[in-house]
Structures are given as structure tokens and as C-alpha cells.
Design a protein around this ligand. Structure first.
Ligand code: ADP
Ligand code: MG
Ligand code: MG
Length: 252
């Protein structure tokens, strides 16, 4: 069974339907990209999958490792191995990055099976090295006064520390300069394994120069209108979304 299976998903916000019949299957080891113009429902899809209460599922099914994802509470989804990086990460004051990470890791383990402190510190050091993060990041308060690039880097650090089975990364490339983008990509690439699936949501193709997706899907008006390989992303970069709209006869 695929890690994530989305069938005919419809999502409404405040009574307005935004996602309109979305289908997607992601297997372990696969990286998929969902690209699309602004306002097409990409973030709505991501939030709905994570269980944000504002997003109403009006139709369809989603299973995660064969289990009904939509029946699970938000924290159950995280504990089951789902990770969502938000487009706008929030600040939590009074909690250091290291404390937050250790708490999050332990919350997903059985009681009595908490990660040993030394092991945690060693792993954290190693991952922070990969992401070119200075040691002081561990003791800084979560996201407080972080620059845009630092927040993104920190999200990838969370991803690497939590080792989810499936990650949904919504516009992790937005606002990143090329160096930060490469670092973020390095972190995601290091996660690649048969036990890790990833959905990268992005407006721009440039992130996909550094993280090679297995499949690329174009989302317009709430559903996937075309799927292909990495060449589809390159085509969009060259022609913009308008070329595809014309080809498919989609009007705004
Ligand atoms: P994308 O991520 O593809 O740019 P979004 O999912 O953010 O698109 O938005 C899709 C549509 O849903 C837009 O028309 C947007 O205005 C609307 N929308 C998104 N979030 C909310 C919200 N919290 N409340 C009301 N409308 C929203
Ligand atoms: Mg948007
Ligand atoms: Mg968005």
C-alpha cells in the first residue's frame, strides 16, 4: 500500500470549495512535487492533510499507511509519522529549539523509551552541521527573531530530527536566497530513503533543480490537471503556467 493515498479530495474554507477532486498516491522512497499558480489551493491541501480545523473536508478519502488519516487528530497524524512544514512558521516564545525538538521526538516515542540526552545532542550536532547552522541555534528560542532563511533551515532541522515517514513541505523555497536553498535541498536529499516519502509544494521550479522529484503534478483550480516527470517542471519554467492553461483549455 502507498504511504499516502488521496482520493477525490474536496476541501472547503468558510463554505467555499477550494480543493475540488484531488487525487494523489505517494509511496515510500518517492518525492513528488505539486506545482501551481497562486491561489490554486496548494496550501489549502497541505493544511487539510494536517488536520487544520478551519478546513472542511466535504468529500473524498485520505489514507496514511492504510489508515484513515481524516479520522485522526492532529497530534495523532504527527505521531503516525506525518510532517508538515508550514508556509509561515510561527514563533513560540520561552522554548528553546533544542527543548522543542527533544519534546517533539519524545512525544512520538513510547513512554520509557525517550531518546537518551547524549544521543539527542550528538544527532542534533550532526544535523545542524549538515545544514550549516551555528551551535547557538540550539539554545535560541524557537523562531524568535529568526530571519526567513533561518526559519526554513530550522524546519528542515526539525524534519531531519523527527524522521517522519512522510513530509509535506509547502513553499519551503519562498524567500530563500540561492545558498539557503541549496542547504535546505541538501537536508531533504539526505532524508531520501525507502522509508521516506515527500510532497514538495511549490510555485517555482528552481527548488526542483536541487531536489529531483520522481513525479511532478500541476495543480490548477483545486485539482491536478497534468502529471509527469521533472521535465514537466522545466517546461513550466520555460513557458509559465499560461502555456499549459491554453493547452488544457483552462480559463481563469
Ligand atoms: P495556494 O497555496 O495555491 O497559493 P491557497 O490554498 O493558499 O492557494 O488559497 C486558495 C484559495 O483559498 C484562495 O482563493 C484563498 O484566498 C483562499 N483561502 C486560503 N486560505 C483561506 C482562509 N484561511 N480563509 C479564507 N480563504 C482562504
Ligand atoms: Mg499562495
Ligand atoms: Mg500556498
Amino acid at each position: 500500500t502507498p504511504t499516502l493515498k488521496i482520493e477525490n479530495l474536496h476541501v472547503a474554507i468558510e463554505g467555499k470549495e477550494i480543493v475540488k477532486g484531488f487525487n494523489l498516491e505517494i509511496n515510500g522512497g518517492e518525492i513528488h512535487a505539486v506545482m501551481g499558480p497562486n491561489g490554486t489551493g496548494k496550501s489549502t491541501l497541505a493544511s487539510a492533510l494536517m488536520g487544520h480545523p478551519k478546513y472542511e473536508i466535504t468529500e473524498g478519502t485520505v489514507t496514511f499507511e492504510g489508515q484513515d488519516l481524516l479520522e485522526m487528530e492532529v497530534d495523532e497524524r504527527a505521531r503516525a509519522g506525518l510532517f508538515l512544514a508550514m508556509q509561515y512558521p510561527s514563533e513560540i516564545s520561552g522554548v528553546t529549539n533544542a527543548d522543542f525538538l527533544r519534546t517533539a521526538i519524545n512525544a512520538r516515542r513510547e513512554e520509557g523509551d525517550e531518546i537518551p540526552l547524549m544521543k539527542f545532542i550528538k544527532t542534533l550536532d550532526k544535523k545542524m552541521d549538515t545544514l550549516d547552522m551555528g551551535e547557538e541555534f540550539a539554545q535560541r528560542y524557537l523562531n524568535e527573531g529568526f530571519s526567513g532563511g533561518e526559519k526554513k533551515r530550522n524546519e528542515i532541522l526539525q524534519l531531519m530530527m523527527l524522521e517522519p515517514k512522510l513530509a509535506i513541505l509547502d513553499e519551503i523555497d519562498s524567500g530563500l536566497d540561492i545558498d539557503a536553498l541549496k542547504v535546505v535541498a541538501k537536508g531533504v536529499n539526505e532524508m531520501r530513503s525507502p522509508n521516506f516519502g515527500c510532497l514538495i509544494i511549490t510555485h517555482y521550479q528552481r527548488m526542483l533543480n536541487y531536489i529531483k522529484p520522481d513525479k511532478v503534478h500541476v495543480m490548477m483550480q483545486g485539482r491536478i490537471v497534468k502529471s509527469g516527470g521533472p521535465e514537466l517542471a522545466e517546461r513550466l519554467e520555460a513557458e509559465g503556467y499560461d502555456g499549459l492553461k491554453k493547452e488544457l483549455g483552462i480559463e481563469d
